[in-house]
Design a binder for this molecule. Sequence first.
Ligand code: FAD
Ligand code: UQ1
Length: 417
Amino acid sequence: RQECQVLVVGGGTGGCAMAAKLSSRLGSDKVVVLEPEDKHYYQPMFTLIGGGMKRLDQSHRQMADVLPTKAKWVKEKALEFDPDNNTVSTSGGKTIKYDFLIIATGLQLNYGKIPGLVEALETPGSNVCSIYSPKYVDHVYECLRRTNEGNAIFTFPNCPIKCAGAPQKIAYISEHYFRKMGRRDNVNIIYNTSLPVIFGVKHYAEALMKLIKRRNITLNVQRNLVEVRHKDNIAVFEDLAKPGVHYEETYSMLHVTPPMSTPDVVANCKKLVTPTGFVDVDQMTLQHNKYNNVFAIGDSASSPNSKTAAAAAAQSPVVFRNVMAVIEGKAPTDIYDGYSSCPIVTGYSSCILAEFDYNLTPVETFPLDQSKERYSMFFMKKELMPVLYWKLMMNGYWNGPALMRKMFSLLKLNKKQ
Ligand code: FAD
Ligand code: UQ1
């Protein structure tokens, strides 16, 4: 049995940032982080690894070096939440009692839900790959190099996912790769998405539709991958507009974005979650709707924002101030506006930086039209973001770009006067 003031479950993007902020304010040994993994991955790099622009070993650090020294790390899994008794039981047989709980368990990748997919991903020589898992991301570039002709198919599943832009980023990078290699005339690029549109924010969707047309990419909406038969190089899709109607498509390369959900341990704790399995929090304060001493940050929260590290960054000061308020016996008053951001990499030197809030209204940081493809945004994504992540965000010093945006808009106002 162990006790702590704040228990953070999950030492990924949101959990580590929160642990850094809280342990720095509350002092040593008040915060416990429950996290079973040895390595902390900077997942936004996976897209670039897929395109051969970064290596897998550049995307991770030892968890011990990333988690804050003032917090105590318990290297175990949460096995069961008991929010009525303020305890979490762990894979090492511990029961941790907390005053305040922050759930930051992210999303689990359910590759196994698609018959034939895991076998396909794990059979050497089958050109089936996925940037989403550190286990498979290294294989994506190899698939690109091996593909000379035929259909290169990219999928988007029928459920909420993290970084909803990533499935199309890897399609655009691949298209550019085949063009660079002089193979583009022989390869069809097909993007099959379960969604009814290319992107949820109209401003960027319009720019992306033009790009897709210009680059001769086939877009099929409401197509959900339901089976992979890798021996025959066949992917089976369901037409979501006509349930039960299936299409078989032959591929020479298949890039799969897997279905995702919150980890089973979270989804199964019915007291804590919404019917879809996300931690049931108020979308403004990120405090649990039933348990006042429970908060969530990041991908496992029910707040209807697009799930990204950028969103977790913008949530982190809100959760921090609201937890501090509750610790001091006050009501939480800080508000998260749903900010999320997605650098949509469109090739080996260009990027559209989508930024928006709960209303799906663009909330752009820089004083230029970010729906245009730019090298500056690509450079920021590839070279600056990893530094910002490891040096600032992981130490609790990055609250998202809101301050930067305000500075730029002040400068713009001054110019007009
Ligand atoms: P995570 O960072 O995934 O951390 C969850 C942690 O919880 C993990 O360390 C896990 O081990 C731990 N955990 C799970 N179960 C348990 C348990 N039972 N007990 C204890 N610990 C547990 N975001 C952007 O902002 N920009 C991008 O360009 C971008 N691109 C992306 C591209 C790809 C391919 C991917 C996969 C993601 C991308 N993201 C991007 C999304 C971003 O990585 C996530 O939104 C972010 O990491 C979410 O943070 P989190 O803390 O909620 O979850
Ligand atoms: C961001 O804050 C963030 O989290 C650290 C990302 O994840 C790596 C991003 O990709 C982006 C774009 C942001 C937003 C930051 C700026 C400067 C617009």
